[in-house]
Design a protein around this ligand. Structure first.
Ligand code: AMP
Ligand code: MG
Length: 411
């Protein structure tokens, strides 16, 4: 098999190109809006009326004509949210007491705040020197959305902000994509399940659990298979069981060791490989490709062969797998998410690969900063769990100073 090792940037571009090419699923279902958090829209949500549906006051105060602000005005009525003032069109020198959220009476073009006036039931004086522009403290009808506008497009993930929009349009049930299925195959002769009695040399399978949680968080449904042993026969059976999912994830068995047979078996089963390694640490042996589906001519299932070390598995998921789960679940293409933050302490560099170090990002008001966690390398699940993100150290940079701004991979 020919090796194809890419830089981090090349590997990411390759995965994202495939994410963009994923065909929109026609597997759609309808769910109640209150069940829809975390789902992805399969149909546009359209404004059923102008928003706001009337010129809306943003303050408690008095609606008037801005040009009348100096002088004494008469107060000719009151209007509150949920009501319409159906007196006449306001004439020069008239005002109407108005509450936040109420519709502006015809003829008024601004609202002066109650804090800025002296008033009784009949008369109003705006404080001396106060200016008012036409439109002040008013959101005009249709300024947020016009009837018929797409307010949430197909492919948008639904969280609180989007759910508020759907609710404001009276949409109680939404069409969403079915969740994509993600098969998870952990490989390794040393692995045992959690309930097994074990000897001192064996290792508990933690990757399948981490991946299941990550898949779930990315909006997919995980299908965990039994552990695959490091034999061609067993790997073949497990891969076959997972190859008709929407995505197949394997962990372990992709390094250069004598028992690392995953690529070999994938290749035998007709896989096409897009890359067989990336210049990253942890995660260098990662494999990305696709397998022909069984009984589904011309259809392919994407797979990732993730390095078995638990932190490698998780970093590779955040970098490469999450965008694919999102894309397969119908989300408009989205890459891994990075922010920038200042390092609390100096960090040694000099690696020839892009590194991702477990780190703690603190979002303090007076300075977002990130601190690299002490850890024992890519097998250290406990060290990894003491962080909440990964500091990105670009390849071939000798050192990173305290206070320097670095990229941070969110998780
Ligand atoms: P491999 O990539 O198969 O060479 O495995 C690399 C390291 O990760 C070895 O120390 C394995 O024991 C460990 N490892 C592999 N798979 C898992 C897993 N599912 N859960 C926990 N550790 C694993
Ligand atoms: Mg192994």
């Amino acid at each position: 098999m020919r090796e194809k090792v890419l830089t981090f940037e090349e590997a990411l571009a390759e995965v994202l190109a495939h994410c963009r090419a994923v065909e929109r699923s026609d597997r759609v279902e309808t769910v109640a809006l209150k069940e829809a958090a975390g789902r992805v829209l399969a149909a546009n949500v359209v404004a059923d009326r102008d928003q706001p549906p009337f010129d809306r006051s943003t303050r408690d105060g008095y609606a008037l004509r801005a040009e009348d602000v100096s002088g004494t005005l008469s107060v000719v009525g009151t209007v509150r949210a949920g009501q319409r003032w159906d007196g006449r069109t306001l004439a020069a020198g008239e005002s109407v007491e108005i509450m936040t959220g109420a519709a502006l009476p015809a003829g008024a073009n601004a609202v002066v705040m109650v804090e800025h006036v002296t008033a009784d039931d009949r008369m109003l004086r705006v404080e001396d020197g106060r200016q008012l522009y036409a439109g002040e403290n008013v959101v005009p009808r249709g300024a947020e959305a016009k009837e018929g506008d797409v307010v949430l497009p197909v492919g948008r993930g639904l969280a609180a902000a989007e759910i508020a929009v759907a609710a404001s349009c009276g949409v109680g049930r939404v069409e969403v994509f079915r969740k994509s299925s993600v098969a998870i195959v952990a490989t390794g002769d040393e692995l045992v399940e959690l309930d097994a009695t074990m000897d001192g040399w064996q290792i508990r399978n933690s990757n399948s659990y981490a991946l299941e949680a990550l898949v779930h968080a990315a909006g997919g449904v995980a299908q965990r298979t039994e552990i695959a042993r490091d034999t061609v026969e067993c790997l073949r059976v497990r891969i076959d069981a997972g190859r008709n999912a929407n995505l197949l994830l394997l962990t372990g068995g992709v390094s250069m060791g004598k028992y690392d047979l995953v690529e070999h078996v994938l290749s035998e089963l007709g896989a096409e490989f897009f890359f067989t390694g990336a210049l990253i640490q942890p995660g260098k042996p990662i494999v990305f490709g696709r397998l022909p589906r069984v009984g589904d001519a011309g259809q392919w299932t994407y797979f990732f062969g993730l390095p078995g070390n638990p932190v490698s598995t998780q970093v590779c998921f955040h970098l490469f797998v999450a965008p694919m789960v999102w894309a397969l679940g119908g989300r408009s293409a989205l890459g891994p998410q990075f922010v920038e933050a200042r390092l609390t302490d100096a960090v040694r560099g000099g690696a020839r690969v892009t590194r991702f170090l477990p780190a703690a990002l603190t979002g303090a008001w007076d300075g977002v900063s990130v601190r690299v966690i002490g850890w024992q390398g890519s097998g250290d699940v406990a060290g990894n769990a003491r962080g909440n993100c990964y500091v990105v150290l670009p390849a071939n940079v000798a050192a990173f100073a305290a206070g320097e701004t670095v990229r941070v991979l969110l998780r």
